[in-house]
Design a binder for this molecule. Structure first.
Ligand code: IMP
Length: 429
């Protein structure tokens, strides 16, 4: 057995797609265990850029089994079009490259309408969701009104479940959100069409996964979003609707906790956030703009400009504790070239008192003031560095400062978007 969980350690968009894609060359199985097509993982290979939202990042390797596990909410139309566009570009040529859990929840058209309708009604208090229906689909899972991928294979029970769910949904759509009602039979027919196309992938993924684990395969669990967007441990209510933390790799895929060996957190060398909510180290000035432009900080899913700011080690240590990180994959170090000095938040102040953790109350978190340490930057471009010793001294100091503050080794450093622009310092499996 050899397993590694990769999670985002900030607010998502840390560059997990590239890290997972890189480590995948050593994996046999890649598993997504939470979220849905709210994620956007950018993969770059041979100069080609591919963004996947739902299909695990191992899909570019023909011999890897990719798993969409039970913890996800799956939009079948997105899955079908992602598969088609990968195929068009010469990838994902065998159906056996992807299995989808029969227990995963299905995103329905009414989930998207409710997600968007609710955001509209919230006005200034909106969450800034991706509008993909993720939250309402997880709500239906908890209320036991959800449709599961396995239901797609049983037309008569699919019809019953859709009709049952839609009484309440149409009430909401019409009365609360003032939009036209949906016709349940049209929804049934649409989803039966998807069922036909997805049937070869739908199975009990827990059994397949257990067999891989027992057989000693290298299994990589690919987190989506970031720890600060976790429904329990993030900056609630400005969070996504699933548990993002490493612990959910187990419940979200159906393996026991004893199966997990290592957990690496992906940490961007600075911080970004899309959507609303407090962000203590945000740079609302020209420097924030410079980071956005140099780092190409625009959402892979919605194209929204990301808010940018300094590295925050209070956020980092929150993630270290909640995920039990055993390694840090530090990304986008190259973007910091030419910015000197650099600031790093090493603690907060709340109402004049020092604070070394994230308060659970979002209004308190909105009031914290970062305490900064200034560190020297570097002028040299990093994109050709291939070993730790190739990095200029100030960049090495930056990495060592992160290790010192977090107590976790920086196991991988990324200095550009391409696979080869990476310094792997520890073996992942
Ligand atoms: P939802 O997941 O669409 O419900 O959106 C809830 C919050 O999570 C919003 O602030 C989104 O911008 C954010 N979010 C969801 N997925 C991602 C992601 O993959 N990266 C970064 N932010 C995300």
């Amino acid at each position: 057995m050899s397993t590694l969980v990769i999670v985002g350690a900030q607010w998502g968009d840390e560059g997990k797609g590239k890290i997972v894609d890189l480590l995948t060359s050593r994996a046999d199985v890649v598993v997504r265990f939470q979220g849905g097509n709210n994620a956007g993982h950018t993969l770059k290979v041979a100069g080609e850029q591919i963004i996947v939202h739902l299909i695990p990042s191992g899909i570019l390797y023909p011999n890897i089994t990719n798993v969409i596990a039970n913890g996800l909410v799956v939009d079948p139309s997105v899955l079908i079009s992602e598969k088609a566009s990968l195929r068009e570009r010469g990838h994902f040529l065998k159906d056996s490259q992807l299995i989808v859990s029969d227990r995963a929840q299905v995103i329905m058209p009414y989930h998207k309408i409710i997600d968007q309708g609710r955001e509209d009604l919230l006005g200034n208090a909106k969450i800034g969701t991706t509008g993909r229906g993720i939250g309402p689909a997880y709500e239906d899972k908890a209320s036991r009104m959800g449709i599961r991928m396995g239901d797609l294979l049983r037309p008569s029970s699919l019809r019953d479940r859709i009709y049952n769910a839609m009484d309440e949904k149409n009430f909401l759509i019409e009365r609360r959100f003032k939009r036209p009602k949906l016709n349940p039979e049209e929804v049934v027919q649409e989803y039966l069409g998807y069922a036909e196309q997805l049937a070869p992938h739908i199975t009990d993924t827990t059994i397949v996964l257990q067999n891989f684990v027992r057989g000693g395969s290298h299994v990589l669990f690919e987190g989506a979003q970031g720890t600060l967007l976790d429904i329990d441990h993030g900056t609630y209510p400005f969070v996504t609707s699933s548990n993002v933390v490493a612990g959910n790799a187990c419940a979200g895929s159906g393996v026991g906790p004893n199966v997990i060996e290592k957990c690496w957190g992906v940490v961007k060398a600075y911080t970004t956030r899309v959507g609303e909510g407090a962000f203590p180290t945000e740079l609302a000035d020209g420097l924030g703009e410079e980071l956005r432009e140099k780092g190409g900080e625009y959402g892979a899913t919605t194209g929204r400009p990301r808010r940018c700011g300094w590295l925050d080690t209070v956020v980092l240590n929150h993630s270290v504790r909640l995920n039990g990180l055993t390694g840090i994959a530090l990304t986008k170090m190259d973007v910091l070239t030419g910015i000197s000095p650099l600031s790093v938040a090493i603690g907060y102040e709340l109402d004049g008192k020092p604070l070394d953790h994230i308060p659970s109350d979002i209004t308190e978190f909105g009031r914290v003031k970062p305490r900064y340490r200034e560190v020297k930057g570097w002028e040299e471009p990093l994109s050709d560095c291939r070993s730790f010793d190739d990095l200029p001294k100030s960049a090495r100091d930056y990495v060592e400062m992160i290790e010192h503050v977090s107590g976790v080794p920086v196991t991988l450093i990324s200095v550009g978007p391409a696979r080869e622009q990476s310094i792997l310092r520890r073996t992942p499996f």
